[in-house]
Design a protein around this ligand. Structure first.
Ligand code: ZN
Length: 136
């Protein structure tokens, strides 16, 4: 498998607007995109720091994965996403090496990325995402 860089860091927040204000007014970054990902029951906001993005995630559903995460652990870092060269091969290789997958095949994420998650039980507690940009 070939990981090329940290694509983004996902951060779970209760209130997207308030979090955006912090990132813009305190950290001086600018939000370049807000997008709802229905599949994951989240509204996302993106910032760029070098080639890495910060992805803020607010749940759109009280039973969605981000709402559940915040209930259990509070706001904070939710997942770490690596850009990979071939997501299908990467997933296959991870599975062959005994890693527990949340997604056995890639699905659509924000920003037209193909994404898949590895289970944190197999990754030392870090929810790990692979992503590949298929369309330019
Ligand atoms: Zn992500």
């Amino acid at each position: 498998m070939k990981l090329t860089h940290i694509e983004h860091i996902g951060i779970a927040v209760k209130n997207l607007e308030e979090a955006i204000t912090f990132y813009e007014e305190v950290l001086g970054l600018s939000c370049y995109r807000v997008e709802e990902v229905k599949d994951q029951k989240v509204k996302t906001a993106f910032f760029k720091v070098g080639q890495t993005k910060i992805e803020l995630l607010e749940s759109t559903d009280p039973n969605g994965p981000i709402a559940k995460f915040i209930d259990k652990k509070g706001e904070g870092i939710h997942h770490l996403a690596f850009a990979v060269e071939n997501i299908d091969e990467t997933l296959k290789e991870a599975a062959e090496k005994g890693v527990r997958l949340i997604d056995t095949s890639p699905r659509k994420g924000a920003e037209e990325l193909e994404i898949a998650f590895l289970h944190p039980h197999s990754t030392f507690g870090v929810l790990t995402e692979f992503c590949e940009k298929k369309s330019k």
